[in-house]
Design a protein around this ligand. Structure first.
Ligand code: 13P
Length: 248
């Protein structure tokens, strides 16, 4: 079955509100493509101005983080209802920077995936191995374990709407991209795992992205692979290059 391509930018901790609006305006015509879901996952403070700036365009708004409670004494956090009201449709969960720098574990990540679905947000669930695990050749087991834990209790109907991003940590922000064959190997493995955990119909629908130094030069080859349905892009999402990736 044909899965719709999804190209998402992860702006990380970049762009003040005015810079964010300027970037939206700069990219507006470059990211036009009716055959692709285009998403900007932006810092919390940029969500409202970005939602306003992309109104009437093909761009969807995503967030980079949230907490699992709706409201209350959770200093510094934002909730799913807050994101929803601001126009957010997608939410990045389990990014390696949240796991490694902010200590998020698979228990919390699993809770976030379930909360996102319960709140009507589409998770972009990230997984990926370190350079040490890649070198030790244990990365396949690692990825399987991450996905199995993170999807515990998530239904097949939910997984059909899920986006999974394979982001090898050694390729993030390093300029060292996984080869298209390396990326395809793991994305295919993830799809097979979904077939094992759920069924083939679910595996055929889940969308799997590659992320890690994807850019205007390497996107077309990566996206030509049968199990790679899109990209999650960091650095290159902040530049006009992002338009070339959307249209690769
Ligand atoms: P880069 O594209 O900057 O390598 O970042 C990838 C990433 O972490 C996207 O979530």
């Amino acid at each position: 079955m044909a899965r719709r391509r999804i190209i998402a930018g992860n702006w990380k901790m970049n762009k003040t509100p005015s810079e964010a609006v300027a970037l939206c305006n700069e990219l507006k015509d470059l990211v036009k493509n009716d055959a692709v879901d285009v998403v900007y996952c932006v810092p919390a403070i940029d969500i409202c101005p970005v939602a306003e700036a992309v109104k009437g365009t093909n761009v969807h708004v995503g967030a980079e983080n949230f907490y699992i409670e709706d409201k209350g004494a959770f200093t510094g956090e934002i909730s799913a209802p807050m994101l929803k009201e601001a126009g957010v449709e997608y939410i990045i969960i389990g990014h390696s920077e949240r796991r490694d720098i902010f200590g998020e574990n698979d228990v919390l990540i699993n809770q976030k995936v379930k909360k996102a679905f319960a709140s009507g947000l589409t998770p972009i669930l990230c997984c990926g191995e370190s350079l040490a695990l890649r070198k030790a050749d244990t990365y396949k087991e690692w990825i399987k374990r991450q996905i199995t834990w993170d999807l515990d209790g998530v239904t097949a109907d939910q997984v059909k709407k899920l986006v999974i991003a394979y982001e090898p940590i050694w390729a993030i922000g390093t300029g060292e991209t996984a080869t298209a064959d390396q990326a395809e190997e793991v994305c295919g493995l993830i799809r097979n795992l979904i077939a094992e955990l759920y069924d083939q119909a679910t595996a055929d629908e889940v969308r799997i992205q590659y992320g890690g130094s994807m850019n205007a030069g390497n996107a077309a080859e990566l996206l030509s692979k049968p199990n790679i349905d899109g990209g999650l892009i960091g650095g290159a999402s902040l530049k006009p290059d992002f338009g070339k990736i959307v249209n690769a």
